[in-house]
Design a binder for this molecule. Structure first.
Ligand code: DAH
Length: 412
C-alpha cells in the first residue's frame, strides 16, 4: 500500500517511478520526510479488466484512454518537467507523493467533495462512467480521500502532526475538440493540513503556497495574481493567473480546505485546517512554449519532440494542409454534443484537429416540435503528413452513417 523511504532511496525512487530528471542534490536535501504512497485498488484492477474486454464504442474508447501514456511520468516530456519543478520547490519540502487509482467511485469524487446534486460534473455528458457507480477520475483532487486512508498518515494525525502530499497523472473529461483541449489530460494537486498547535491555515498560507508554485514553474521573476473563485470543497477559494508575455493566463485553482469535507474524510476540522491547489498541466506547457496544438505534446516526431522544452518558443514544423468537411443534420433535443464529439474522435482519432459549431437553430414549421438543426465543421489535419481525400472520405462517410444511426439524425 505504501513505502516509507529515506532521502537517498527517494532519489532512486523518483528516478525509477517518474523517469524524470532529478533536481540537483541541494534542492532535494529538504525532502527528508517525503514518502511515496501507491494505492493499490483491487476494485480498479477488476474494472480495468472488464473495460478491456468490452466491445461497445464507450468501452473501447475508455480502454483506449486508459492505455494512453502518462506524460507526467514520461522522461523528457514538458508535462513531467513541470511536475519535477514543483516537487523540487523547497517550499514543499516534506510533502509526500501519492499515486491513486484512475477509476474511482463517483461517490468519492463527488459526494465526499460536497459537489451539489445538480453539479454538471456528475452528468454522463461531462464525465466518463464505467458503470453506474464508477468513473474515470475527473481530477487528481480525489487523492484527498486516498491519502487519508494511509495508516502512517492517520498515525501522524493521531499524533497531532501536519500531513500533506502531491498527486499527479492523467484525468478524463468529456469535452469539445479543439487545439487546446483533449479528453485525456494531466493534473497535479497538492495539499497540506496542520493542527492548531502548529498553525491555523488561512488565505495567507494559501497565497504563500501559490507563490511557491508560480516561482517553481515560471522562475523567480514571475508576476501572478489571485482572484476569488469557488469550488465545492474549498472556502475561501482562489484562482491564480500568471502573466505570460503581457497576457494574464488562468492556471491554478486553490482554496482553504472546507471543514465539512475534512469531517467527512474523518479529520477533526476544529483542530485541522489546510490549503489545497490543483491544475491542469497542459495549459502551462502550451503557454510556456506557445504551442499551436495540444496534440503536439503526444507527438513522437523528432522535429517536434526536440523542441518540447519548457520556455522554448515552439517553431511550427511545416504545417500540413487540413482537409475540411461540414456536416448538417436535424436531431431531437436530447442530442448531447459531447457524445457526438466522442463519436467523431473514435472514428477520426488524432487526425481530427477541431470540430466547431457553425450553426444551430430551431424551426418548428420546417423541422417540427423538439428538433434542432446543427452544422459542424470538422477539420482534419495530421501533424506528421499530408492527408489525402482518399483517406478522409471513408472516415467522413462513417461519421455520416453514425450520425444517422446512433443519433437518429436526419443528415441534410
Ligand atoms: N480540482 C479542480 C479542477 O479540476 C482544481 C482545484 C481547485 C483543486 C481548488 C484544489 C482546489 O485542490 O483547492 O479544476
Amino acid at each position: 500500500m505504501r513505502a516509507g523511504r529515506s532521502n537517498w532511496s527517494l532519489v532512486w525512487l523518483i528516478t525509477k517511478r517518474l523517469r524524470v530528471r532529478i533536481p540537483p542534490p541541494q534542492q532535494i536535501r529538504l525532502k527528508m520526510c517525503m514518502r511515496e504512497i501507491v494505492i493499490e485498488s483491487p476494485e480498479e484492477k477488476k474494472l480495468r479488466a472488464e473495460v478491456a474486454a468490452r466491445t461497445d464504442a464507450d468501452g473501447m474508447r475508455m480502454s483506449r484512454f486508459l492505455g494512453m501514456p502518462d506524460l507526467s511520468r514520461t522522461e523528457g516530456n514538458p508535462i513531467a518537467e513541470i511536475v519535477t519543478r514543483i516537487l523540487a520547490s523547497p517550499y514543499f519540502g516534506d510533502l509526500d507523493i501519492i499515486t491513486t487509482p484512475e477509476i474511482v467511485p463517483a461517490s468519492v469524487s463527488f459526494d465526499l467533495f460536497d459537489f451539489p446534486a445538480d453539479h454538471p460534473a456528475r452528468s454522463r455528458s461531462d464525465t466518463y462512467y464505467i458503470n453506474d457507480e464508477h468513473i474515470l477520475r475527473t481530477h487528481t483532487t480525489v487523492m484527498w480521500y486516498y491519502y487519508l486512508q494511509d495508516e502512517e498518515v492517520r498515525a501522524r494525525i493521531a499524533a497531532n502532526k501536519p500531513v500533506g502530499c502531491f498527486s499527479f497523472g492523467k484525468v478524463y473529461r468529456r469535452d469539445e475538440i479543439d487545439r487546446n483541449h483533449m479528453n485525456v489530460f494531466h493534473q497535479i494537486d497538492g495539499w497540506y493540513l496542520a493542527p492548531k498547535a502548529v498553525k491555523t491555515i488561512g488565505v495567507k498560507e494559501l497565497e504563500e503556497s501559490l507563490g511557491a508554485i508560480a516561482t517553481a514553474v515560471f522562475g523567480p521573476d514571475v508576476k501572478y495574481r489571485l482572484n476569488e473563485d469557488t469550488f465545492p470543497y474549498t472556502h475561501p477559494s482562489r484562482e491564480m493567473e500568471v502573466q505570460i508575455k503581457d497576457k494574464w493566463v488562468e492556471v491554478v485553482g486553490c482554496g482553504v480546505v472546507k471543514g465539512s469535507v475534512l469531517e467527512k474524510l474523518g479529520v477533526d476540522s476544529s483542530n485541522y485546517t489546510g490549503w489545497a491547489f490543483g491544475f491542469g498541466l497542459e495549459r502551462l506547457a502550451i503557454v510556456s512554449m506557445n504551442l499551436p496544438d495540444i496534440r503536439l505534446l503526444w507527438s513522437k516526431d523528432p522535429r517536434v519532440t526536440r523542441q518540447l522544452k519548457l520556455g522554448n518558443e515552439f517553431k511550427e514544423v511545416s504545417k500540413f494542409p487540413p482537409i475540411t468537411r461540414d456536416i448538417s443534420f436535424v436531431v431531437g433535443n436530447d442530442f448531447v454534443p459531447n457524445d457526438y464529439f466522442d463519436c467523431i474522435r473514435d472514428l477520426g482519432d488524432d487526425l481530427v484537429e477541431e470540430v466547431s459549431l457553425l450553426d444551430k437553430y430551431e424551426n418548428k414549421e420546417k423541422f417540427g416540435e423538439g428538433k434542432t438543426s446543427y452544422t459542424y465543421r470538422i477539420v482534419y489535419r495530421s501533424n506528421e503528413r499530408t492527408l489525402t481525400v482518399e483517406e478522409i472520405n471513408p472516415i467522413q462517410e462513417k461519421i455520416i452513417e453514425e450520425t444517422k444511426e446512433k443519433f437518429h439524425a436526419e443528415v441534410r
